[in-house]
Ligand binder design. Structure first.
Ligand code: NAD
Length: 696
């Protein structure tokens, strides 16, 4: 008998209780215990059975540690079959979350009750999977195919009241009284002679369905989840629920489940799932490191980043004070913040009153004295070392000694900034990504003197504002932008060798990125990089023989800074962000190649992708070797959450492992032979390739 599932009789009701901490995952011993307990319940004199879980949640899902291993019996469907065929009413009593296999188990019970705080859902799609325990066949039968499609394709859990409204939950019971409520509900069912509501037999909602809804769903998923296999297979399954008898639909679900389970996409998405959790660990940080309480935040600079950063804290309920150099800039920054909130309110995300509540948490000031009571500062002034140093020196004198001073610099040396303060242990980098209120990634830059307390507190802050924080070391561009620099350089060289912007972008888009490097440049503003290059006196300051491509400079010289000027690598129609190829740019690029004496050639999509991916991977390996990233999977998290790398490829380093490091290394060596000025194979890549190993 399994110890994680017990069966007891409470008068005339049988109680099956699951206790498999921490989240009552559906491990093999739980499946075994359920099978045995429901068999026992079937054979005794009780009038109904309640399935309930101990601890903080109902069965929260499958046991993901069992993924990829041979399945230990009993299999899921066998257990489900026993539950559903119980000869008396089975009531699932839900608290916490009933997700994936948890909800599928509950759907095999004849009825479901839940406490108001419970949530239910089928989130398998977020791991590149589909619900493989009958969920795609039972949910449409219970709530109709359209509601089921919405739930299964998004993977978003429903709150109890929502689940009650659509019919997943039959009754909401008092929060503190789940067991009693479930028993009373079961007795009432028996007293009323209610039938055994076997979901597999409910055919009304899946009969006579207009199959056009599935084509529409496929098209929609192709737009919102472009390139992802699992949403498409989920749709196939729900369609099967409407066109096939239950058992045949279930067989189809099983076949498609096996297909997605063994796909590279689910392996990649599962990798990202675990990578995100691993990223929270700082290898050398003592377990008992204390964190400081952060209640009030100061933001320096109300520009593009400062405003967005402030919104993160406000959204988490933390008051912020924003400091600027002039009232005009303050007003301008706050108008943008208000505008963002009002747009969200218009879309129904929150009420006009909530806009005011949020704006009420923002104080603005021109005076450093206004920052005396904040616990954390995030500086987002111009990217200039002298300006940053001046700001930090001032902050050091006006803020509380325990206040953490964070910089949002994207390239500057955090240690040099820290050197002007008397508290370098409290200085850290918080590198947000634009738009800062939307992008999930936060690179947490650990300086040479940053204390564990500061680091742990910043990680906690990242969590509180719902960012995925990844700790990185100090270097030019940290992890993300340092790799992007190599990627961008290759994209430029491809232009002079034979590509047009749309060729490069098209190849990357097809791979699964939201946009290619040229369209990204147009979106971010080409003038930013141009000014940096001018500041570094490029190309004059480059060493002899170094490769330099001036196409981006030439584009900027025409006043084409990207979307903001209506033209960059592409041209844009007024008020529209769609990039249109532009003959003027084609001419500029072709002339540039001619001027450099380069004979343009046709470059295949494969070569474009290979060059760009090798650039990311080779630099990623150097970053890893230098200890700037703690682990390869951190780099993957950075690229998926901050740079639009397709999650179904698992990030650049995981993608490299999938391709095979031997092959990647050979290609990097080949590229280095062709163009030694821009390629130096990473020693770590060489070592791993030669040893037949992987990054992970
Ligand atoms: N824009 C991006 O995509 C992005 C992404 C990540 C990081 N960053 C970094 O964020 C920082 C800010 O970038 P941004 O794009 O928001 O720039 P921005 O020019 O839009 O805003 C900077 C703001 O800082 C104010 N400012 C300048 N000096 C100041 C001072 N001494 N005291 C107070 N305010 C001052 C300016 O008035 C301006 O409003 C930079 O370090 C940048 O590298 C930018």
């Amino acid at each position: 008998m399994s110890h994680s599932v017990t069966y007891t009789k409470d008068g005339d009701i049988g109680i099956i209780a699951v206790n498999n901490p921490p989240v009552n995952a559906l491990s093999h011993h739980v499946r075994q215990g359920l099978l045995e307990s429901f068999t026992e319940a079937n054979n005794d004199d009780t009038i109904a059975t309640v399935l309930i879980c101990g601890g903080r949640t109902f069965i929260a899902g499958a046991d993901i540690t069992e993924f990829g291993k041979p399945l230990r019996p009993p299999d899921f469907l066998e257990t489900m079959g026993i539950i559903e065929s119980l000869s008396k009413p089975a009531v699932a009593a839900i608290h916490g979350t009933a997700l994936g296999g948890g909800l599928e188990t509950a759907l095999c019970c004849h009825y479901r009750v839940a406490v108001p705080s419970a949530r239910v859902g089928l989130p398998e799609v977020t791991l590149g999977l589909l619900p493989g325990g009958g969920g795609t066949q039972r949910l449409p039968r219970l709530i109709g195919p359209e509601a089921a499609l919405a739930a299964i394709i998004s993977g978003t859990p429903m709150k109890a009241d929502q689940a009650h409204a659509v019919g997943v939950i039959d009754q909401i019971v008092a929060e503190a009284n789940l067991l009693e409520g479930a028993k009373a509900f079961a007795r009432q069912l028996v007293a009323e002679g209610a039938k055994l509501n076997k979901v597999r037999d409910l055919n009304d909602k899946v009969t006579g369905v207009d199959l056009a809804i599935f084509d529409a769903a496929r098209k929609q998923a192709n737009k919102t989840r472009r390139g992802f296999e699992a949403p498409q297979r989920c749709i196939d399954c729900v369609e099967a629920a409407c066109t096939l008898p239950f058992d045949e639909g279930l067989a189809k679900e099983q076949a498609l489940f096996r297909q997605v389970l063994t796909s590279n996409q689910s392996a990649s998405q599962l990798h990202i799932f675990f990578a995100e959790r691993a990223a929270a660990k700082v290898n050398d940080m003592p377990k008992d490191t204390e964190t400081l309480g952060i209640k009030k935040v100061g933001i320096i600079g109300a520009g593009t980043m400062g405003g967005g950063i402030a919104m993160n804290f406000v959204n988490a309920g933390m008051p912020v004070t924003i400091l600027e150099t002039s009232q005009e800039f303050l007003d301008k920054g706050l108008t943008v913040v208000r505008g963002n909130y009002e747009r969200s309110a218009k879309r129904g995300r929150f009420t006009a009153e909530q806009v005011e509540q949020r704006m009420g948490l923002v104080t603005s000031t021109l005076d450093y004295a206004g920052l005396g009571d904040v616990d954390l500062i995030v500086e987002a002034v111009f990217e200039n070392m002298d300006v940053k140093k001046e700001v930090f020196a001032k902050l050091d004198t006006v803020t509380k000694p325990e206040c953490i001073l964070a910089t949002n610099t994207s390239t500057l040396d955090v240690d040099e900034i820290a050197s002007v303060t008397k508290r370098p242990d409290k200085v850290i980098g918080t590198h947000f990504f634009s738009p800062a209120n939307v992008m999930r990634l936060l690179e947490i830059v650990r300086g040479a003197k940053t204390s564990f307390e500061t680091l742990a507190t910043t990680q906690a802050v990242a969590k509180a504002i719902q960012k995925v924080g990844v700790v990185v070391g100090v270097c030019d561009g940290f992890v993300g932008n340092r790799m992007l620099h190599q990627y961008g350089a290759q994209a430029q060289y491809l232009l002079e060798e034979g590509c047009l912007p749309q060729d490069v972008d098209g190849a990357v888009y097809e791979l699964g990125f939201a946009m290619g490097p040229m369209a990204m440049g147009d979106l971010a503003g080409l003038d930013v990089g141009w000014r940096i290059r001018q500041g570094k006196d490029l190309p004059a300051s480059l060493p002899e023989g170094a490769r330099y491509n001036a196409i981006a400079d030439r584009v900027c010289e025409l006043g084409r800074y990207g979307q903001k000027t209506g033209a960059g690598y592409y041209r844009y129609e007024q008020g529209d962000r769609t990039p249109h190829p532009d003959p003027a740019i084609e001419e500029l690029i072709i002339n540039y190649s001619k001027e450099k004496g380069i004979e343009r050639r046709t470059i295949s999509r494969e070569e474009i992708v290979e060059r760009l991916m090798c650039a990311l991977i080779n630099e990623g390996a150097k970053i890893l070797e230098a200890g700037i990233a703690q682990r390869a999977s951190d780099i993957d998290v950075i690229y998926v959450y901050g740079y639009g790398f397709p999650a179904y490829l698992g990030g650049p380093m995981f993608y490299a492992d999938t391709v095979g490091l031997k092959k990647v290394y050979e290609r990097v060596c080949f590229l280095a032979e062709q163009d030694p000025a821009s390629w130096q194979p990473a020693p770590l890549l060489k070592k791993l390739a030669e040893e037949g190993r992987t990054f992970h």
